[in-house]
Design a protein around this ligand. Structure first.
Ligand SMILES: [Cu+2]
Length: 155
């Protein structure tokens, strides 16, 4: 048997070179093809920081804004159920109804809103001119007994 070493090696080398060349060319071509124009739209939504409106503290004491408290009424509660008022300073109660018909009553100060339905709002303003602790409540049906009441603290 004749050894095939001397016969095949030049051809093998050429073949390997050709194969390598083709492979390299192919890789280069593929790489170029896989490289799309960098038109990736990085359109990040502009983050607009919403700075909360700073509650402008009334600095001019001769022009005080009426303090107001928003109270939510529902079955059968007030939220908040404790309201603090400053003696002799006008206080506005803004009642909203979460569900059902409700009102807001403080007997001692003759405070009584109209009865409102879901989503409605009623306002009442008064001057708490006597210090102390008072009960506010809803006068609709049995709501007061069922827990729809709270405490007004005047000091
Ligand atoms: Cu009620």
């Amino acid at each position: 048997m004749e050894e095939s070493k001397s016969k095949t090696s030049p051809l093998m080398i050429i073949g390997i070179v050709v194969v390598l060349g083709v492979a390299v060319a192919g890789v280069l071509f593929a790489t170029r093809g896989n490289n799309p124009s960098p038109e990736v739209s990085t359109s990040m939504p502009a983050v607009t920081e919403t700075t909360p409106a700073v509650e402008s503290a009334a600095t001019d004491s001769s022009f005080l804004e009426t303090a107001s408290v928003t109270v939510e009424g529902g079955n059968f509660y007030f939220q908040p159920n404790e309201i603090r008022a400053v003696l002799n300073e006008p206080l506005k109660i803004i009642l909203t109804s979460k569900d059902g018909i409700h009102d807001f009553v403080i007997d001692e100060f003759n405070v009584k809103t109209t009865q409102i339905k879901d989503g409605e709002t009623a306002e009442v303003e008064f001057i708490p001119d006597r210090p102390g602790t008072y009960e506010f409540y809803c006068s609709v049906g049995q709501h007061r007994v069922m827990g729809m009441k709270g405490t007004l603290i005047v000091e």
